[in-house]
Design a protein around this ligand. Sequence first.
Ligand code: AQP
Length: 329
Amino acid sequence: RPRVLSGIQPTAGSFHLGNYLGAVRQWVALQEAHDAFYCVVDLHAITVEQNPKELRQNTRVSAAQLLALGIDPDRATLFVQSHVPEHAQLGWVMQCMTGFGEASRMTQFKDKSARQEQSVGVGLFTYPILQAADILLYQAHYVPVGEDQRQHLELTRDLATRFNSRYGKTFRLPEAYIVKDTAKIFDLQDPTAKMSKSVPGGVVELLEDPKRSAKKIRSAVTDTGREVLFDVENKPGVSNLLTIYSALTGRTVESLVTDYDGKGYGDLKKDLGEVFTEWVTPVQERVKMYLDDVASLDKILAGGAERAREVASGTLRRTYEKIGFVLPE
Ligand code: AQP
């Protein structure tokens, strides 16, 4: 079975709709026919300052959300990145393979460092290199991510190619698995920018009160004109709402457009608020259920880490051997 690997940050305590539609939804679908590895990337989270208590809580809340959204620990390997020390170890090796200029070209670093108010750490700069290690450790065929991660995946492929040509074939070249329709979910207040937790405003959080989400949806910025049409160029706000509506209900955008013929933006927004509430309510209940029994949750994560380490330690050992390290007996 082809292997997939993906990760998500535990930072804000709640995933947002962009994380779900751009990434996690694909994770759930892929676990059926793939050997799937999914991790909560706490090592990545500390690239910006974290409160220890909150980080610990957010990591569990993230895992609970993944389970509540449909990741099945019997089918997929769900784990926490710091439980598998090989990530940091291969991360170092990959840093030594990366050019400074090459790392400097990563646009996410440029965006994030420009937004950072405190001083910007080196970890934020080397973030995509650790991400490369995350992926290469598992010899993943596919990496289900949103469009914003495409450049990082290119870096991963470049590093794998470089390592393979210097030391002999070691890593598989992974491919991005990006579902076009939902590759980028836009901010409800600024439908030209991606929905992102670092820019609060038009972000729909999965664990917030659904009434609040419905309100955000009702007050989403829409476009001039009145007709509900899918036209990303001229109607980015309405198109974004249609994309979300379609993804949450499984209905095609065309059939939604037909339904809203003769109705206005207000109807679309009100209905989408209801659709979202109906979808998210049972998700929130399941999250609560997992968090009410932390011991069982931690056990699931320990089991995942054990399975992940079996693969990761093999890759790291082969890598160390190729580099010329004396392997411990
Ligand atoms: N708006 C989005 N549309 C589609 N996919 C998205 N992803 C994030 N935002 C969108 C995808 O979610 C996955 C997890 O991403 P992450 O853990 O790196 O989260 P993030 O990038 O920190 O989330 P944000 O909100 O986008 O935060 P900032 O602003 O810090 O970058 C990834 O697969 C990502 O593509």
